[in-house]
Design a protein. Structure first.
Length: 162
């Protein structure tokens, strides 16, 4: 299953929907993570907050390919994308294991294929390096076999890289 998380304007939604199985719109119309860890322990992979991200752990957890479309924010994800990723901590468990010779949380949904980040907007070479490193680390931590980062100056060119 291919899941796309994006922070683009709604005019891009139709083109994005055609390229995947599920779409998560990072539109800011949801609460930020409260850090209660209920999605880890009390009600696994489900947030207690009843909004559009309540089941985001299950959606992301079932993705073979996760594509994140984000505006560059100083070499990091936009605030709305970061909020979605924070709310998806329930894709793992509170238990630990070794992956890639490093300690990581045990995966609730098993291994995945591709963690792909498409970054749009102005970006420096240093910020590009930060994004590449961050995507690689996020992929390893969330159980993805590989990561990829694509940089676009204009989100109108998005369809070609999805």
């Amino acid at each position: 299953m291919k899941v796309i998380i994006h922070d683009l304007e709604s005019r891009y939604s139709g083109a994005i929907q055609e390229k995947c199985d599920r779409v998560v719109e990072a539109d800011g119309k949801y609460a930020p993570c409260q850090g209660c860890f209920g999605c880890w322990t009390k009600h696994p992979a489900s947030c207690f907050m009843k909004d559009s991200l309540q089941q985001v752990c299950r959606i992301i957890g079932q993705a073979d390919e996760l594509v994140i479309v984000t505006k560059n924010l100083y070499g990091g994800y936009s605030a709305d994308i970061k909020n979605v990723l924070d709310r998806s901590i329930g894709t793992s468990t509170p238990f630990s294991t070794y992956r890639g010779r490093q300690m990581h949380h045990t995966l609730r949904y098993g291994r995945h294929d591709l963690w792909k980040v498409i970054v749009y907007g102005d970006i420096t070479e240093g910020e590009k390096e930060t994004f590449r490193y961050m995507a690689e680390r996020n992929a390893l931590n969330d159980g993805y076999q590989r990561s990829e980062v694509v940089f676009l100056s204009d989100p109108a060119k998005l369809e070609a890289v999805l």
